[in-house]
Design a protein. Sequence first.
Length: 91
Amino acid sequence: MSQRLCTIGIHGLTSIGQQFAAHHASSKTRVCISDEDPSFPDLVIGEYRNQTELDERDQHDVPLAERASRSMIGASGWKELVQRVEHPRKI
């Protein structure tokens, strides 16, 4: 689990929430996501990584932790999400 704080937090992974998270993560902004269903963020992150890792396969000089595919992290609920977002919080 990453200890670095996120810039943005998104709770509620409807299609709009997923698109918003993917948009910011693709520009390498650290995004923390959560949902009422605690298993859903892992599915969203997995799908996002599968899509973005194909585009990153030639980026051998960029450390894995700094790639866009690693900019989205999950939280088990809104309380954990709040703890993972830096101050001032953008939720």
